[in-house]
Write a protein that binds this ligand. Structure first.
Ligand SMILES: [Zn+2]
Ligand SMILES: [Zn+2]
Length: 142
């Protein structure tokens, strides 16, 4: 399970795994959606009622530092966290249920290179997030 890998990684970094931190790690590792710190707090509290919001923030920070989670940009800002994909991947995000799916591969490198040239930039990286409606949500509206 993903949370086991994360817990192992945190332990390797000398991070003390209290039950509160563990609850946070498990919540984020299992989530198919990007979660705000408040979402993480509310969901983790079901498993560990004594949880504090500060622990949530610190644990998310640590997970980000280790590149286990990445921030996702949403209307409210870049304040939601999602487990990071391996390698170069892009995101599809459902605007209804907030489900996030990674996809691999794009042939936009040449295009971005040209955009760079037009503006005298050397483009050497990009992040891509696409927004839309997922299959489940589409079904509800059909
Ligand atoms: Zn959806
Ligand atoms: Zn790309």
């Amino acid at each position: 399970m993903k949370s086991d890998t994360w817990l192992k990684e945190l332990r390797k970094q000398g991070y003390r795994l209290t039950e509160a931190r563990r609850a946070v790690v498990e919540t984020v590792a299992q989530s198919p959606r990007a979660l705000s710190p408040t979402d993480v707090y509310n969901l983790s509290k079901e498993h560990y009622p004594a949880l504090g919001l500060v622990t949530v923030y610190r644990t998310l920070e640590k997970l980000e530092e280790l590149h286990l989670v990445q921030r996702v940009h949403q209307e409210e800002g870049c304040n939601a966290y999602l487990s990071e994909a391996e390698g170069h991947q892009h995101l599809l995000i459902c605007t209804e249920c907030k489900k996030a799916v990674y996809f691999e591969g794009d042939d936009l490198g040449d295009f971005f290179g040209k955009v760079g040239e037009m503006h005298n930039f050397v483009v050497n990286d990009h992040w891509l997030q696409l927004f839309g409606i997922c299959e489940d949500c589409k079904r509800i509206y059909d």
